[in-house]
Design a protein around this ligand. Sequence first.
Ligand SMILES: Cc1cc2nc3c(=O)[nH]c(=O)nc-3n(C[C@H](O)[C@H](O)[C@H](O)COP(=O)(O)O)c2cc1C
Length: 169
Amino acid sequence: MDIQEALLKRRSIRKYNDQKISKENINKILEAAMYAPSAMNLQPWQFIVIDDKFVLTETITSIPYAEMLKQSASAILVCGDSNIEKNESWLLQNCSAVIQNILLSAFGLGIGSCWIGIHGMPEIVKNIKDQFQLPDNIIPVALISLGYPDETVTAEERFKTEKIHYNKW
Ligand SMILES: Cc1cc2nc3c(=O)[nH]c(=O)nc-3n(C[C@H](O)[C@H](O)[C@H](O)COP(=O)(O)O)c2cc1C
């Protein structure tokens, strides 16, 4: 699959079958994640891979709208290290690039994924920090659920010329 095709065809997948994801594929996804661009190439990210069903279910208590974790084989918690990148906006931008790489890498491997927002919701951030015993400098940004798809979500037309401006607004 070429990059343009992957970009246009990837969709959030929230229903998964029982198939587990191999450690090899998780590592491929994390490798893609770590090749994301970052300001000054600081790579200020950390990951927690969740592949234990009990921990996945427990995480629904921390993020009540993350019901898809009941079915997902795994999930990756993407965190930023605020000791390494002190500018919070850049930390979030770096981690967002990481997350997009995760979504696309998973898609390329036939694995469905969904970005579950954490940062920006103080209560959820606190729940996650407590659950995973994150040090103060480790900021949870998002959780990515992963599993082999049990639904088909087709691509929709999103290209809108009215959103494009040349040289000025
Ligand atoms: C910052 C952010 C937070 C999101 N949080 C959630 C979430 O909590 N639950 C969920 O089901 N999807 C979540 N999504 C996924 C979006 O709903 C999804 O990307 C959007 O509807 C577009 O669909 P697509 O991913 O299929 O292109 C989030 C996406 C982003 C970028």
